[in-house]
Design a binder for this molecule. Structure first.
Ligand code: NAD
Length: 428
């Protein structure tokens, strides 16, 4: 996966000159740590989980990246995610490098107290390498604000002082930022809106299918619907639902919260009675005839195997790495525009940055102010990416990487490169 992730750099060399030292630096992670996390289970037994933290590059500032709790977490995945975080923070112009963390665990099999012990155990294992000016974790798949609150508390106990800025995505009452919960979905919507505006589209004429109905997918669907887009299908790991009319996202969310998975709203409850529902598998959802396909679940969802079946004209990547490089080529051939992850899902880390700033300054902003600042950054950076794509006649992914790597290269070269330290330059 990491080799595939790095392949994203290659197309940009056709358009811009990148110092060879920058390529060398961006080809490997700065630091990767694997730790055992022993957890006392409710029945008294001991389980040892494997935890990861990869700090990919910190040239532009302390590293930043979420922590994932998932059975398939491994070093390769965490390294790829940390690489994407590095590019993403640069695309958004944040003073952060990239990192990522994870624990190989199925959190749905743990009780709440076991989950708390695991979360606190993760921080004890990595306390020496994280820190408000060093590496700042945040939520990712199957971690949330409650878990971030436990983690910040544990770090405070280890440090024997309050350090809320060590972790972002905390509950608002524990120093979290207003607007963080919906930031990834909101940011993706701002990036999409700019694209639709520039291509002369009208949101109320656009249909959408959303894969993944967690924090990012649900908030995106809810907010997009509020702006007039029509959300026709949503899915989670158990399957999906499709309707020929606009789905009622808030009702579906309420059902999901009550029943804990979308499968439970297939056929009973008021929503099914009111709307004409069809069940769709996750594979089918990807190939629905909608205008915009939103990927908000996991990596590698569109591959060589299904890329030719995609009918949507625009793919919005809210998940990290949901389209493989080979699938990208097929989508491009078929004229399908992909708004890439390193731009589309950066709203989460932008508001995480706002949370970090608020924690460090002690001054807290209202949600309206957070969203205004988020919109300003998302719209500005999205337009730079869209302009670069027009200028170079390349995909939005390539232009986003050009934008991010130019910023990273600036920072790496400013710290001195071969030319700077050569004999020639000493003579001068
Ligand atoms: P989450 O845990 O809140 O939700 C994940 C959702 O995906 C769940 O609804 C789950 O059932 C569903 N899912 C899992 N496997 C699936 C599959 N094979 N098909 C369909 N649905 C599936 O996680 P999240 O925070 O919403 O993150 C989703 C994606 O967005 C991840 O790739 C994450 O890295 C990315 N992301 C999240 C944030 C954030 O702030 N939350 C920021 C940037 C990127």
């Amino acid at each position: 996966m990491f080799e595939l992730a790095k392949q994203r750099l290659e197309p940009i060399f056709k358009y811009i000159e990148v110092d060879e030292e920058v390529i060398k630096r961006l080809s490997v992670s700065k630091r990767a740590i694997i730790a055992s996390i022993p957890v006392r289970m409710d029945d008294g037994s001991l389980k040892v989980f494997t935890g990861y933290r990869v700090q990919y590059d910190d040239t532009r500032g302390p590293t930043k990246g979420g922590i994932r709790f998932h059975p398939r977490v491994n070093l390769d995945e965490v390294t790829s995610l940390s690489f994407w975080m590095t590019v993403k923070c640069a695309v958004a112009g944040l003073p952060f490098g990239g990192a990522k963390g994870g624990v190989m665990v199925n959190p749905k099999e743990l009780s709440k107290m076991e989950l708390e012990r695991l979360s606190r155990g993760y921080i004890r294992a990595f306390a020496d390498v994280v820190g408000e000016s060093r590496d700042i974790p945040a939520p990712d798949v199957y971690t949330n604000s409650t878990i971030m609150g436990w983690m910040a508390d544990e770090y405070g106990m280890i440090s024997r002082r309050q350090v809320p800025a060590v972790i972002t995505g905390k509950p608002v009452h524990l120093g979290g930022s207003e607007g963080r919960e919906s930031a990834t979905g909101q940011g993706a919507l701002y990036a999409l809106n700019e694209y639709i505006r520039r291509t002369g589209g009208n949101p109320s004429e656009m249909t959408i299918a959303v894969q993944g109905f967690g924090n990012a997918g649900y908030n995106f669907a809810r907010l997009a619907q509020r702006e007039g887009y029509r959300v026709m299908a949503v899915s989670d790991s158990a399957g999906g639902i499709y309707s020929t009319v606009n789905l009622n996202i808030e009702d579906i969310y309420r059902f999901k919260q009550e029943q804990s998975q979308l499968a439970s709203v297939y056929c009973d409850g008021s929503v099914c009675n009111l709307l004409e529902f069809e069940n769709v598998s996750n594979e089918e959802l990807l190939t629905l005839d909608v205008d915009i396909l939103v990927l908000a679940a996991m990596e590698n969802q569109i591959t060589q195997l299904n890329a030719r079946e995609i009918k949507a004209k625009t793919v919005l990547e809210i998940a990290n790495g949901p389209v493989t490089p080979q699938a990208d080529e097929v989508l491009e051939e078929n004229g399908i525009m992909v708004i890439p992850d390193v731009l589309a899902n950066s709203g989460g880390v932008v508001v995480s940055y706002f949370e970090w700033v608020q924690n460090r300054s002690g001054l807290y902003w209202e949600e309206e102010e957070v969203n205004q600042k988020l919109q300003k950054i998302m719209s500005k950076e999205a337009n730079v990416v869209y302009d670069l794509a027009l200028k170079h006649e390349c995909s939005l992914r390539t232009s986003a990487y050009i934008h991010g790597v130019e910023r990273l290269a600036g920072a790496i070269v400013e710290r001195g490169n071969k030319r700077f330290f050569s004999k020639e330059s000493h003579k001068a």
